[in-house]
Design a protein. Structure first.
Lengths: 1043, 487
């Protein structure tokens, strides 16, 4: 943050303020010159005293010393950097930070495919996050480090385990069923962020065994392959222009990542490491008073087939030994990471090589992530007019996982008998220990230790990404650019269920393995013409052609009936039970852009763009269908403080107003949905049958209209800056994969229709609150508020729901007219015409209906991110990121399960007699004098109370939280110490804590979890807390050094 | 300048065309978007049978072929899906009818026409008419005229009378198409797992459907017994003609829905109604020779069944159904059988009335089923000579016909149509047990129809559901048009 504020103008200004006139006196002025880009010292920088014309250069440590008199002007120059002038102060060191020419004004950011633009011109909010800030959180998945740092960005991780996927949404979910995640662009090239869609896997042959609906395992969202240490800067494009720049791919926004490049100068080696300890610190509150049983009678076999053992028996005998199975289960895990980089260069060429190794262990046994990232980037000037740059990454990732969701270790841990030590999970003959008196392993859920030790899964990914960027300026006013990008990965994974496991017993073991291959090749060609007319009119016209081909294939196999119970391989299965399935998708895209910017006197900028896009997902094998559609944008940016009369205002230093509007088309997100689709059959005789999707030859692109208005303001010598944006995003003709009446002949169908509106406000406030010599305090406050409303449903259907989200009872993600896209529904109780609860005259419990009611909107009312950075004596820095959320519903499925099984502490008052408030359904319920319920229930004797007294809506909690996301304390060794030796140029030590604490009204463990994984479209499974372990607390410590 | 514009425009158009070609790849190379007609047939057959077998878990409780091991089971008590059941109960035939089977048949016929093959259209329409018959008898009113109209998002329900006429027409078309023959796909024989491409047998299947439909109208003044007899005579002539769907039984996927590999019938045990009809309880001291071949005995050697709604307890000693008769992983499932047709003929002739004809068909029905089950001729003859079987045409009653049909159709949902057609008449079904606790929403009435599928109709076509009154808690007690005396 600091650097952003210390724009090259601000810094000297501040120094000018600090430098009070003193008596002139010749002395030796010295200091260190560092680069603004990475804070590294810069050797070879020319330092000239303009008064005396004495000249010197900085040494290898970036240190210089020159004779000057107070008040003299020094100028610092270096190729590729903006020259900097400085008045010599009366005393003290003169440390200089040079700004790379590319980052001139600190205001140049990368927006379109490698296009750098001055922020002044931008007519939309484009917040940036420095790579350093992300890296210092030491998180495996850098998306989790973005939370709170940018207004309008929401990150939900699936669980607190290594390799867990994270879902990221900018502004709000606009699509009811499609992908709402932004596009990721790294060095001008799009990179894939998908996980694995489990629907491509083959379920077990027995319906009581393993099925795949994106619930029982998590798959890393692949953008997490990026090593945070390689990130220079992240620009978040949320508004209309994201689509103008990236076409339909940017319809949900774009996250534009620039990686670190080599900097001119002598070869430099940097090394850093971090050692982390993670631990779970929030545990489910389970009761330890009542034993297994029914209606107060002891029964060690009291069991719910959906949730496990039930605790409605008598109190444990006074001397019963009880075990804290939950505490025992989680481990304190130890992780480490090491990063090394080498860079060097001269004025013409530079390169950077980096290697990162991560060994992350999870708080659950047998979970972990090993990741090796190698990256090399190089750039060179071929001649005066031609530049070429290229970067390549190779990533090797190995993720050990355990099952997830209903019926797996976390839920089973909660319902595991407290009077039995869960650590004894294997019989002496190696079989699974079960508590119930049965030989049928399918009648009891797995012991949690058994589950994580015997039901393993793993994903191994090899990924190669790279780009070549060629740029030529054949004429002064013409630039030609070509970018070629490649993204290629292969993931090999399996999911295994042991023959003795609950879900493996029916099939005598089950293994599903797959290979997912992804390949994306893309290319961009762009011609840009720049012409200034009458000195004040800057015209920039560019025409680009973009082409992309993305292929994905998933080779899935399954086998059952293991020969050897412990051996992990498809070869260990009975051949007749083996099956194979191949899923493939290929999508090609073509975009032709024309962009025009008219700038007037650096004050007013008008941008126009027109795009014609073609997408293969719109074509048909049987019909002639036009794959093209057109859209465009118009925007204006007005720096009004540069107008005469407003210029040089003491309070308002900078002011810009922005206005933009864009339309965007979006083709179907899935391939092969226009024509009928068949799927191979595994039933007797095989053959094909129509897939679940009915064909739709009339499918059209969906249209988004995006409007944004806002402004940027800087006050008080630019120490305070404010960025406000209001937006309205309207999507019509939404492409929804909707279920329909089977009368269509299919189950689902991609249809057009429906209108979703997203409105919101985003504010970013940055302040240099204290700027003293020995103490700096930077603060950034991010605020956002988004409302999404479904205005019209596709084909006026009553509702749309996502069946994957159906993980607990009847609760599911469902939208209808007037609801938010994050709406949840569940079953309700019956009520009379007056709205009173109807009570059954026989049971005294409420009467249920199978009618769905809205139980809450998962969208928060608003969010705050507060980032503070304190610097003491230049060397010591403390920064932290507070994440505050107000409102938004989280469904506490864990608690609902704990009530049903009698493990919740809320069931401790079960001896208390009670009468449920309501009226009896005795025929008089709608008369003028309904009978008030008078049936007393003592739940201890009637545990059906806990089955019937709560509606699903009772577990939908309106959640607020304050979360300490990341806290870093770092200390840079003082220069004078460093100077005494020759090995290090720079060294610092740090301590970073992640998710240190959370203050929340949520009664569960962690409201920021996802019951599914990030592959689910629409709003997904975020805000459904069921079976996912909370985010653990982590402490990192490590060193950073430069050689 | 003009030239440049023209060149630019020309280039643009060229680019457009070549781009379009580049983009025209939306055709999955690893999965067909069209497939040869023969490849659809196995799964169509499977789906037609699976719908019946899946729904049989619940309808079988109505029939009392089996009852649930847990007490107070919704379907033992003549409840409906919306009363207390789970959302997918008794809706599989509906699902398969419109989706995999129906759409598959449409595709198969379409592709066969393109390839110029005969036979497929006839086969497709036979299967479609059969599937319509099954679902129309379950639901009464359904989407018929608008069915498979992919451009619609809402659908209206047509009266059952119209659907019945439509089914007859479909079956008639099928017969004409089968007669027409045409070029026969050489692959048909090996992919047709029911009749190995024998079109004459498919024609018999069409007549079997027609016979069933015609019999269903037995309560109407317009009931035509001669037509029923005519259709039966044109239909199956032995068990070899049975419309049986095969199961390989090598793993769960290829096993019969009734097989232990699938695990669908673990919570059901034989109904007391069928056991009492066979174990000498009702036919005093005549033990049906089929009993030991169709059911398991408890370890004490006794055959027992559960009464509806009572549930199973250890003291009841009711055995499982797996491992016997059709409850085998590789047992074929006859959706319509030769014995059934003989009982259809017997009933029609009985009502004509032509007792002699009725009696001979009745005896043929029993014998054919005995042979289907695997009873030795000697044992079969002994049974036929026993007091369980009337010994002369004059002694034959409707109860005899329906009781024997009840046994012979064990596991077929058609028996539910018989029960409803005959109003669950205790004199015709003497072992049928009136559940002690019929669901309160039934207001004392027996179940008459199925409530529409949640995921299809209640969720996405609710207007038609409401218009039909199917959202009412007692909707399932409303009689189907087919089984009333309404014309």
């Amino acid at each position: 943050m600091r650097k952003n504020l210390r724009l090259f103008l601000v810094f000297p200004l501040l120094l000018l303020v600090l430098s009070k006139p003193v008596i002139a006196q010749e002395r030796s002025v010295s200091g260190t010159v560092t680069s603004d880009e990475d804070g590294l010292s810069m050797p070879g920088v020319s330092v000239t005293n303009l008064k005396t014309n004495i000249r010197t250069k900085t040494n290898d440590a970036g240190y210089y010393s020159i004779n000057a008199t107070t008040g003299d002007q020094l100028v610092f120059t270096f190729v590729g950097f903006v020259e900097k002038k400085m008045i010599v102060p009366a005393s003290g060191l003169v440390n200089i930070k040079l700004v790379s020419a590319e980052n001139e004004l600190g205001n140049v950011i990368v927006t379109g495919y490698g296009v750098k633009r001055n922020k002044r011109e931008l007519a939309y909010q484009a917040p940036t996050v420095k790579g350093e800030e992300i890296a210092q959180t030491r998180r495996d998945n850098f998306l989790n480090a973005l939370a709170g740092r940018v207004p309008g960005l929401t990150v939900t991780s699936s669980s607190g385990l290594p390799g867990a996927s994270s879902q990221i949404v900018l502004r709000g979910a606009t699509s009811m069923s499609g992908n709402n995640q932004p596009l990721f662009v790294v060095d001008g090239v799009p990179l894939d962020n998908s996980g694995l869609n489990q629907e491509s896997l083959i379920a077990a042959s027995n319906t009581n065994a393993v099925g795949f609906a994106n619930r029982n395992s998590d798959y890393t969202n692949r953008i997490a392959d990026i090593n945070p240490e390689d990130i220079e800067e992240v620009v978040i494009l949320k508004g209309p222009e994201a689509t103008a720049l990236y076409g339909s791919d940017g319809a949900s926004g774009a996250i534009v990542i620039t990686t670190r490049k080599g900097v001119a100068g002598k070869a430099r080696v940097s090394y850093d490491n971090a050692f982390r300890v993670d631990e779970v610190y929030r545990f489910p509150n389970i009761q330890t008073k009542f034993a297994r049983g029914t209606n107060g009678i002891y029964n060690p076999e009291a069991y719910s087939t959906t949730y496990g053992f039930r605790y409605f028996g008598p109190e444990y005998a006074a001397n019963t030994p009880l075990y804290d199975n939950i505490q025992n289960f989680f481990r304190r895990s130890f992780s480490q990471q090491h990063n090394i980089s080498l860079e060097a260069g001269n004025a013409e060429s530079s390169y950077r090589f980096s290697a990162g190794y991560l060994d992350s262990r999870g708080v659950v046994a047998n979970t972990g992530l090993n990741r090796l990232t190698l990256r090399i980037s190089a750039q060179t000037k071929l001649n005066k007019n031609m530049k070429i740059s290229s970067s390549w990454s190779y990533i090797l990732s190995d993720n050990d996982k355990v099952p997830k969701g209903a019926g797996t270790y976390y839920n089973n841990l909660i319902t595991y008998p407290k009077d039995i030590d869960a650590r004894n999970f294997v019989n002496s003959d190696g079989t699974r220990k079960i508590i119930k008196n049965t030989l049928d392993f399918a009648t009891e859920f797995d012991n949690p230790y058994w589950d994580v030790n015997k039901n393993s899964s793993n994903d191994k990914t090899n990924r190669l990404t790279g780009n070549v960027n060629f740029s030529a300026d054949p004429l002064k006013w013409l630039n030609l650019t070509t970018i070629i990008g490649i993204d290629n990965y292969s993931t090999e994974g399996y999911y295994l269920t042991h023959p003795n496991s609950r879900y493996g017993f029916a099939t005598r073991g089950f293994i599903s393995s797959y290979v997912q291959n992804y390949q994306n090749l893309n290319g961009l060609a762009r011609a840009t013409v720049k012409k200034t007319i009458a000195e004040k009119f800057n015209n920039t016209l560019s025409a680009s052609f973009y082409v992309e081909s993305g292929k994905r294939s998933i080779y899935a196999q399954k086998g059952e009936q293991f020969y050897e119970t412990e051996f992990i391989s498809i070869n260990n299965t009975q051949p007749l039970t083996q099956a194979a399935k191949l899923t493939r998708s290929e999508i090609r895209k073509i975009r032709m852009f024309a962009n025009y910017t008219l700038g007037y006197n650096n004050i007013l900028y008008l941008n126009f763009s027109a795009i014609r896009e073609g997408n293969s997902t719109l074509t048909s094998a049987f019909f002639d269908k036009v794959p093209f559609f057109n859209y465009g944008s118009a925007s204006a940016s007005f720096v009004f403080t540069d107008l005469k009369g407003l210029k040089d205002n003491k309070i308002l230093n900078y002011g810009k107003l922005r206005l933009s509007y864009a339309t965007s088309g979006k083709a179907p997100y899935a391939s092969y949905v226009i024509d009928p689709q068949f799927s191979p059959q595994v039933t007797t005789g095989g053959g094909y049958a129509l897939g679940v999707f009915a064909s739709n030859v009339d499918l059209r692109p969906e249209i988004t209209r995006n409007f944004e208005v806002g402004g940027e303001f800087q006050f008080l010598k630019k120490r305070l800056s404010l960025d406000i944006a209001y937006y309205n995003l309207n999507t019509k003709d939404q492409i929804v994969s909707n279920r329909l009446s089977y009368g269509t002949g299919g189950v689902l169908k991609f249809i057009n229709g429906g209108v979703v509106e997203n409105k919101g406000l985003e504010i970013q406030l940055k302040a240099l609150a204290v700027d003293k010599k020995n103490f700096n305090w930077d603060v950034t406050v991010n605020f956002d508020k988004n409302r999404s409303t479904v205005k019209k449903m596709p084909a006026d259907l009553p509702l749309y729901y996502d069946s994957d989200t159906w993980v607990f009872g009847a609760v599911r993600s469902e939208v209808s007219v007037g609801t938010s896209v994050g709406n949840l529904v569940g079953f309700a109780f019956r009520r009379n015409d007056a709205g009173q609860l109807l009570i059954s005259p026989t049971t005294g419990l409420p009467l249920t209906t199978s009618t769905y009611v809205n139980i809450g909107d998962r969208t928060p009312d608003f969010k705050f991110g507060i980032i503070n950075s304190f610097t003491f004596f230049e060397n010591l820095n403390l920064s932290f990121n507070l994440d505050i959320r107000k409102g938004g519903v989280v469904f506490n499925g864990n608690e609902a399960m704990m009530i049903l099984t009698g493990t919740s502490k809320k069931t401790l008052d079960r001896l208390q007699p009670r009468v449920i408030d309501g009226v009896l359904a005795d025929g008089l319920e709608n008369s003028t004098s309904p009978t008030k319920n008078n049936i007393t229930i003592v739940p201890y004797y009637r545990n059906d109370y806990y089955d019937g007294a709560f509606a699903e809506g009772d577990f939908a909690e309106e959640v607020n939280w304050l979360r300490m996301r990341d806290l870093t304390l770092s200390y840079r060794l003082p220069q004078k110490w460093v100077k005494r030796q020759k090995v290090f140029r720079n060294a610092s030590v740090f301590v970073t804590g992640t998710d240190l604490f959370m203050i929340t009204n949520y009664s569960g463990m962690d409201p920021n979890v996802n019951a599914l994984n990030s592959s689910t479209g629409g709003f997904g499974g975020s805000g459904i807390d069921y079976g996912a372990i909370p985010n653990p607390r982590g402490i990192n410590f490590g060193i950073k050094a430069q050689f | 300048m003009k030239k440049i514009i023209i060149i630019a425009l020309g280039a643009m158009m060229l680019l457009n065309t070549s781009c379009k070609k580049y983009l025209d790849i939306n055709d999955d190379p690893y999965l067909p978007q069209i497939a040869p007609p023969n490849t659809y047939l196995p799964n169509i057959l499977y789906s037609v049978a699976e719908g019946e077998m899946f729904d049989g878990r619940f309808i079988g409780c109505y029939i009392q072929y089996w009852n649930r091991t847990a007490a107070n089971y919704n379907y033992d008590r003549h409840g409906s899906r919306i009363g207390q059941g789970s959302t997918t109960d008794i809706t599989q035939a509906f699902r398969n009818h419109y989706w995999v089977a129906g759409s598959g048949i449409n595709e198969m016929i379409g592709q066969a026409k393109k390839s110029g093959f005969g036979g497929y259209e006839g086969i497709g329409n036979v299967l479609k008419s059969f599937s319509w018959q099954v679902v129309a008898d379950q639901y009464g009113e359904m989407t018929f005229n608008q069915a498979w109209d992919n451009t619609r998002t809402t659908f209206t329900y047509d009266p059952q009378k119209e659907i019945y006429a439509g089914i007859q027409a479909l079956a008639d078309n099928a017969i004409t198409q089968l007669d027409a023959g045409g070029t026969i796909d050489p692959k048909l024989a090996s992919w047709d797992l029911m009749y190995n491409g024998d079109l004459a047998k498919w024609k018999k299947f069409a007549y079997a459907v027609k016979a069933r439909l015609e019999l269903h109208k037995s309560n109407k003044a317009s009931f035509n017994a001669d037509k029923v007899i005519e259709y039966v005579d044109k239909s199956f002539s032995s068990n070899a003609d049975n419309a049986a769907v095969k199961f390989d039984g090598t793993d769960g996927n290829t096993s019969s829905f009734f097989g232990s590999n699938r695990g669908n019938y673990g919570s059901y045990k034989p109904g007391m109604a069928i056991i009492n009809l066979m174990n000498g309880n009702y036919f005093t001291s005549v033990v049906d020779p089929r009993l030991s071949l169709m059911f398991n005995a408890h370890s004490d050697g006794k055959y027992r069944g559960l009464a509806p709604g009572v549930g199973d307890t250890a003291t009841l000693k009711a055995p499982t159904m797996y491992g016997k008769y059709l409850f085998l992983n590789n047992a074929s499932f006859p959706v319509i059988s030769y014995p059934e047709l003989q009982f259809i003929k017997a009933e029609a002739a009985f009502k004509k009335p032509n007792k002699t004809l009725a009696y001979s068909a009745f005896l043929e029905g029993i014998k054919a089923h005995m042979s289907f089950v695997g009873v030795s001729t000697a044992n079969a003859n002994a049974y036929l000579a026993s007091s369980a079987v009337p010994q002369s045409a004059n002694a034959l009653t409707l109860k005899d016909i329906l009781s024997q049909k009840y046994i012979a159709l064990f596991m077929n949902n058609e028996t539910w149509s018989d029960l409803r057609r005959n109003d669950y008449n205790p004199t015709l079904y003497p072992t049928y047990i009136v559940p002690a606790s019929i669901k309160p929403e039934n207001n004392g009435k027996f179940v008459q129809r199925v409530v529409y599928r949640q995921f299809s109709e209640f969720d996405w076509n609710i207007a038609a559901v409401v218009q039909q009154g199917a959202d009412q808690p007692d909707y399932h007690t409303r009689k189907n048009w087919a089984f009333t005396d309404q014309e």
